[in-house]
Write a protein that binds this ligand. Structure first.
Ligand SMILES: *Cc1c(COP(=O)(O)O)cnc(C)c1O
Length: 667
């Protein structure tokens, strides 16, 4: 039996308040104090978790519209970023004082999680204050990080740890060596033995004492989606036997004091804290052994993996985590301390590369609903009867469906569903054999869906759905077409079934009367969202509001829809850079919103999304060539009288304007 919890069923009647909406969408669960709902029924962002400092998202979107910036738009909240970093700092400070830990802590930001300049600049700036650092995983990232640390400036810069992971060539190591000479606290982490040889070579050539890290292949496995990030089959790191060779190699070159850091990375979004504890336990034991052998170790880098509770369930499931930041900090500190204390080794400085946990909360995508597709639940019975009369023979399945539709009571719900399913199947096979008209097939479809609607309504009023009816909510849900590309804005939803919280950002003091799935504007059938966050169930549809027609029909009788906006939350980690140009839908606009010192909010920056011209040039089109070809073709058509000159002029104007415009639909 699948249970539809009473409080969550949109079919129930009674008073509805914004608080009900907040509970329905689980906002307090996944919002973690950063997201709320105000009395107007709008979603608010509280960047400092202080209810006195709220930013009304509907107001922001309205304000942007007035400035000509349309959805889809990515909102970045710098104040959330700051708050997150401080929260991590505080959690570790508390854990260290609680456990009398003497080694210190630094969080290094792996820029691969979100390399956007504004994000990285802010983190680099804060890093100086908080004693944090940066991490690069490739040559371009190294160059960015070196420049960022230079720009962050100040006396703290040379203390800021810069960790270099990933594969490194000769040139990479040479750059790192010279940066060490410049005074940077830069630590290349050896991923394969040959890198160590390069480090020693350049250190000698430039007469530098480098700081060296080694990534260890642990026997503890990772877990979840990134299970193979750790373990002996991982792509990176040295086997323990190689680590011992490295120690001998460095000893031989009188550089064992340079071996300063041990590193592991067990995987991203570690949803079960036990996995991390096991890895840390193993890594710390190795640390203590190597120190006893004379290595100049002083830092233990436990990698990334601090997760984010995307679905708000606080459980050991892939889109959630079964710990808080404070618990994570406490477990890490305690584990390292106990191993070191029993080995009689001084506490190392702990480093973590918690990228996702730093940035996930800070971006929200707002998309608009373009329209919906649904089966009408109230068929026009009179019209069907008229059509039936016109048929030479009255098809039995249609008569059965009519009977089922009108004869349903609370007592025969399941029976009616069975009868209707059978009649629908019979109708389809008659049609397939050529014994039924297209009109009758349409009537069968309409009646069947109308019956299913009634069945679902009656069954859910009882509070629980029999197993046979479990697929009905999904089958009957509407499709809400939304102005965005899943592949560009939330690629992990497609690639790894990552859940992101989604809810309307306004109208929350109105009871949602529909359930639907979301579809993007790519022509790819994968471009849809049909799994939603929920604390208890695998939720396949989302409660939504009726999309209302726009006020005042246009002169040509075409009626648009009133703006209906949905927010997609927690998109700050990985999504922007992993996003792709499927269907040539480009970067969305990004707008930086911050709390204004005078109260309220302000726009710090608007970064316009890609234009059509830009995305075409990524795939090597020459826009002038395209325009010229169109111009010639239109010219020829005008001369031959296929279209008039004013028509040709209009078409050319749409073409030119289109090239300069946004890749998304602009309402
Ligand atoms: C990707 C990566 C990280 C970041 O992991 P999060 O799960 O985002 O914290 C940290 N370290 C290394 C080596 C990585 O490859």
């Amino acid at each position: 039996m699948a249970t539809i919890p009473h409080s969550r069923s949109p079919f129930l009647h009674g008073q509805w308040t914004a608080a009900d909406a907040s509970a329905l969408y689980g906002i307090p669960d996944w919002g973690k104090g950063y997201v709320g709902v105000n009395a107007q029924g709008n979603v608010t962002v509280m960047p400092t978790k202080d209810a006195a400092q709220q930013i009304d998202l509907a107001e922001v979107v309205g304000g942007l519209r007035e400035r000509g910036i349309h959805t889809p738009v990515l909102l970045r909240f710098n104040d959330i970023l700051v708050h997150r970093l401080r929260e991590i700092r505080t959690a570790f400070d508390l854990a260290m004082s609680e456990h009398a830990y003497a080694g210190g802590y630094s969080c290094v930001y792996p820029i691969k999680v979100n390399q956007q300049r504004h994000v990285c600049e802010e983190i680099a700036r804060l890093a100086v204050d908080l004693g944090f650092g940066l991490e690069a995983g490739s040559k371009p990232e190294l160059l960015a990080v070196l420049g960022l640390s230079a720009m962050a400036g100040g006396p703290g810069v040379n203390g800021m740890p810069i960790i270099c992971n990933g594969f490194k060539d000769d040139e990479f190591i040479e750059t790192v060596t010279l940066a060490t000479k410049l005074g940077r606290n830069i630590i290349p982490v050896v991923e394969k033995f040959s890198e160590l040889e390069l480090i020693v070579k350049h250190a000698k050539a430039y007469n530098v004492r480098p700081r060296i890290g080694i990534r260890v292949k642990l026997s503890s496995r990772g877990a979840g989606r990134w299970e193979t990030s750790a373990g002996v089959r991982s792509k990176f790191g040295l086997f323990v036997s190689e680590v011992l060779q490295a120690v001998e190699y460095l000893r031989k070159h009188e550089m064992l004091d340079c071996l300063n850091l041990l590193h592991c990375h067990v995987g991203s979004q570690l949803y079960d804290i036990r996995v991390l504890k096991n890895a840390i336990n193993e890594l710390t034991h190795i640390y203590c052994e190597l120190r006893k052998q004379g290595a100049g170790l002083s830092m233990l880098d436990i990698g990334g993996g601090m997760g984010v509770d995307y679905d708000g369930s606080q459980s050991a499931f892939p889109s959630s985590i079964n710990y808080t930041v404070a618990e994570y900090a406490s477990d890490v500190v305690y584990r390292i301390k106990s191993v070191c204390d029993s080995a009689g080794v001084p506490h190392p400085q702990i480093l973590s590369e918690s990228g996702r946990a730093m940035v996930a909360y800070s971006s929200v995508l707002v998309i608009d609903v373009l329209g919906t597709s649904r089966f009408d639940s109230t068929p026009d019975i009179a019209a069907i009867e008229t059509a039936l009369k016109a048929e030479p023979e009255q098809p039995q399945p249609i008569l059965d469906l009519m009977g089922a539709f009108s004869g349903m009571t609370d007592r025969n719900v399941l029976e009616t569903f069975h009868d209707a399913t059978q009649a629908r199947d019979e109708a389809m096979s008659l049609f397939g054999l050529g014994y039924m008209s297209l009109q009758m097939r349409a009537a069968a479809e309409q009646l069947f869906f109308a019956i299913c609607h009634k069945v679902l309504e009656r069954a859910s009023r009882k509070g629980e759905l029999p197993e046979e009816l479990e697929s009905l909510p999904e089958l009957l849900s509407d499709i809400y077409f939304c102005n965005f590309s899943l592949f560009q804005s939330m690629p992990d939803s497609w690639a790894i079934d990552q859940l992101f919280p989604i809810c309307p950002i306004h109208r929350l003091n109105e009871r949602p009367s529909r359930v639907g799935i979301l579809s993007d504007i790519t022509c790819d059938s994968d471009g849809k969202i049909d799994h939603f966050v929920d604390k208890r169930i695998d939720k396949k549809t989302l409660e939504l509001h009726e999309v209302r027609p726009a006020q005042g029909a246009e002169a040509d009788g075409v009626v648009g829809v009133e703006p209906y906006y949905l927010g997609v939350f927690l998109l700050g980690a990985y999504q922007e850079i992993l996003g792709d140009l499927h269907n040539l839908l480009g970067d969305t606009h990004a707008v930086h919103i911050s709390l204004s010192p005078e109260g309220g909010w302000e726009i710090d920056e608007v970064i316009e999304g890609d234009t059509v011209e830009e995305v075409l040039s990524y795939v090597q089109y020459d826009v002038d060539d395209l325009k010229n070809a169109m111009r010639k073709d239109i010219e020829a058509a005008c001369r031959q009288g296929r279209i008039t000159f004013p028509e040709g002029k209009s078409l050319l104007k749409y073409y030119d304007d289109g090239l300069e415009g946004y890749t998304y639909l602009e309402g």
